[in-house]
Design a protein around this ligand. Structure first.
Ligand code: SAH
Length: 220
């Protein structure tokens, strides 16, 4: 069990993470910064690793997957430019940490995860924290989630070999897609914005994610 002293220490680690890893590295959106202050990241981490929850690197979760480094979560979130009424699609629920950050910033998050075990753990955690604007769907997110399309923003938190066309068609006019694209070992973080029939693409730099596995991703 974590006692009061530990909870205070974790809160201090969280504030230090916000200052050193986010603000000092150029995260400027106050809404994004506040979301990171609100979400208790240590609850999304495996028990034995809880004191590394606010460290500057990714950590393992179940099924050989990872929870992303805080800075990468912040960079992707800031670039989604979320407004309170926005509807989001997330591919790769994982621990549910990125999902909680999104739930702080927009009206509704649909999050698709391929492992049922991972999805149900995230579901319980998010319910317990009161994020009632999240719906977790078990399935292949490379197909997007057509029942609620189109979306103001789509975030893919696993590495794709190329941009799935299915996701581009589920973006609203003005919608933003954030996705790591490249090889199994290293990728470029792409931001794609739909402007009518055209798509504007920019790279936000290098990154490394676990594989996006599915019909329009990696085979396995
Ligand atoms: N954003 C997560 C990190 C997730 S790791 C967090 O903050 O913890 C990537 C996740 O994507 C893994 O849970 C993996 O199972 C999932 N994934 C991989 N391919 C997928 C697919 N095609 N559809 C849905 N989820 C997928």
């Amino acid at each position: 069990m974590i006692d009061r002293k530990d909870i205070d220490a974790l809160a201090m680690h969280r504030e230090k993470m916000v200052q050193e890893q986010l603000i000092n590295r150029g995260i400027t959106s106050q809404r994004v910064i506040d979301a990171f202050r609100n979400v208790p990241r240590h609850l999304f981490i495996e028990d034995g690793l809880i004191y590394q929850a606010y460290s500057d690197y990714p950590l393992p979760i179940a099924e050989g997957q990872t929870i992303s480094q805080p800075y990468i979560v912040a960079l992707m979130t800031q670039n989604l430019d979320l407004k309170p009424d926005d509807i989001m699609l997330e591919i790769g629920t994982g621990s549910g940490y990125q999902t909680a950050i999104l739930a702080e910033l927009c009206a509704k998050v649909y999050s698709v995860e391929r492992f049922g075990s991972i999805a149900s753990k995230a579901r319980k955690l998010l319910d317990g924290l009161g994020y009632h604007n999240v719906m977790i769907v078990i399935g292949d997110g490379t197909r997007g989630y057509t029942p609620k399309a189109p979306y103001d923003g789509i975030i893919v938190t696993a590495a794709a070999p190329s941009v799935p066309e299915t996701l581009l068609t589920q973006l609203k006019d003005g919608g933003r897609l954030l996705i790591p694209v490249g090889s199994e070992h290293t990728q470029e973080l792409l931001k794609i914005v739909r402007q009518g029939e055209s798509l504007k693409q920019e790279s936000l730099g290098g990154c490394r994610f676990v594989k996006l596995i599915g019909e329009y991703g990696w085979e396995r």
